[in-house]
Design a protein around this ligand. Structure first.
Ligand SMILES: Cc1ncc(COP(=O)(O)O)c(C=O)c1O
Length: 444
């Protein structure tokens, strides 16, 4: 999504608060400028250059990094787990906790309904959905488990399909759907090394080989190698065969500059706590308007009409402060710009990957095609595809070089080590990573 669209998304959220029931308190909670707990930050002073030029402007990114409070003892390159809140967002979160706790049910009954509606509208505008197609969740897992297990388009003898690189919990949800319905599971393997062409050929062949496929799970950017799938093209292959597509977009929004139109999928689960920098526990579920009937109500929920997406996810009492902080996270992100974030993250990733790509014994598992990769990439030492050697590498990276990474498992071709830089990392961090990998690889 373009920055201008993001800023207009911000005004959509603020505008919706004009409802009489929205008090001055809720309005100020949504529109107040973010403050650091220790004082105001000066404006970010972003040079007016292209994202690609800005990506290597260390002075600018140092100013961004100064807005994050980072544990000093380690160089954290494991941002794939969850994204840190920036200090202005963290300060806003603290304020919202205080307000929600102090005003308690008075706030929850009288002010929160309008506030959460405005937040939902703002998130919907940010991802490019209609507000009636999106409902807030506590994360991608909650949204995707509901979408998959409440899917009613598969019956006995049909097929549901997923790949080795999909997130484990979503694979299990697909297995559960198969068990509930009597459908069979087709599990496919994403090629390694992957190219746009071999990914599309693989999905095309798999859909042809399984003509009774009803639901296809795609992970837009997977958590094992960081590979970004060409979801729009794969969805076109699926839709041509009347296959519905559910997308795990846990790593998409905020890492990549995009909107739901760039995916053209039926069902999407996403979170706001990885790359958008909201507190942990924020996400959303999207159902394309024309496909609402294919997702059953959650536990026969009668709190909302069957024609409303609200009946598809019932999370109980929400965490008020987390929801109140979502606009602060989106507004902070807008000061940097998603395209700029994306270009910077890819720049840091390219920096360490290019330095080790041709080192003997090092296999980097993601291609360099900018359409197929952004912040996350994984590597393994040639032939070391079991758990122990990859755990040993992450231990050596931490103990000897102070670099925090994580090993990943579940790939058809074997385990690996994942490296995920964030906006608070520098070129020096990426260079340190490359040197450490070279040193470890040279030990044989
Ligand atoms: C690919 C992928 N899908 C889903 C999830 C779960 O996301 P959430 O924490 O929002 O439930 C993760 C978390 O790491 C992930 O990497």
């Amino acid at each position: 999504m373009k920055d201008a669209a993001l800023l207009s998304a911000a005004s959509v959220g603020a505008g919706a608060l004009n409802a009489r029931s929205a008090s001055a308190l809720s309005a100020s909670a949504l529109s107040a400028p973010a403050h650091d707990a220790h004082g105001e930050f000066p404006p970010l002073d972003r040079p007016d250059v292209s994202p690609e030029v800005l990506a290597s402007d260390e002075a600018f990114w140092k100013r961004v990094a100064a807005r994050y409070q980072v544990k000093p003892a380690v160089t954290n390159m494991e941002a794939g787990f969850f994204g840190m809140m920036s200090m202005p967002v963290l300060a806003a979160y603290h304020r919202h906790i205080d307000v929600a706790n102090r005003d308690s049910s008075f706030f929850a009954r009288r002010e929160y309904p309008a506030l959460i509606t405005a937040v939902r509208e703002k998130v919907a505008a940010f991802v490019g959905a209609k507000p009636t197609e999106l409902v807030l969740s506590r994360g991608a897992t909650e949204a995707l488990q509901a979408l998959i297990t409440q899917y009613n388009g598969a019956k006995s003898g049909d097929t549901v399909m997923y790949a080795d690189l999909d997130y484990n919990a979503m694979q299990w949800a697909m297995n559960s759907l198969a068990q509930q319905t009597g459908a069979t599971v087709a599990k496919i393997e994403i090629p390694e090394p992957a190219t746009r062409e071999n990914i599309l050929a693989m999905y095309d062949a798999a859909l042809k080989a399984n003509p009774r496929t009803k639901l296809l799970l795609l992970t837009h950017c997977n958590n094992k190698t960081g590979l970004i799938l060409p979801v729009k093209e794969i969805a076109a292959l699926a839709h041509a065969r009347n296959v519905d597509v559910v997308v795990d977009a846990a790593h998409s929004f905020g890492q990549l500059s995009l909107s739901l139109a760039d995916m053209d999928c039926d069902f999407v689960g996403l979170n706001l706590h990885k790359w958008i920098g909201a507190p942990v526990g924020a996400g959303a579920m999207y159902i394309r308007e024309s496909k609402l009937d294919k997702i059953d109500r959650m536990h026969a929920d009668e709190s909302a009409p069957i024609s409303s997406i609200d009946s598809r996810l019932h999370t109980g009492t929400s965490n008020f402060a987390i929801v109140m902080t979502i606009p602060d996270a989106l507004d902070f992100q807008a000061t940097i710009g998603v395209q700029n974030k994306s270009a910077r993250l890819r720049y840091l990733r390219d920096r360490w990957v290019k330095a080790v790509r041709t080192v003997p014994g090092v296999d980097v598992l993601t291609p360099d095609d900018p359409a197929l990769v952004c912040a996350i990439s994984s590597f393994r030492l040639h032939g070391r595809n079991t758990r122990e050697p990859n755990q040993a590498i992450t231990k050596a990276l931490l103990d000897e070089f102070g670099l925090f990474t994580f090993w990943r498992t579940g790939l058809a071709k074997g385990d690996c080590v994942r490296v995920t830089p964030a906006l608070y990392n520098s070129v020096a961090d990426a260079d340190k990573m490359a040197r450490a990998i070279k040193t470890i690889a040279a030990r044989g």
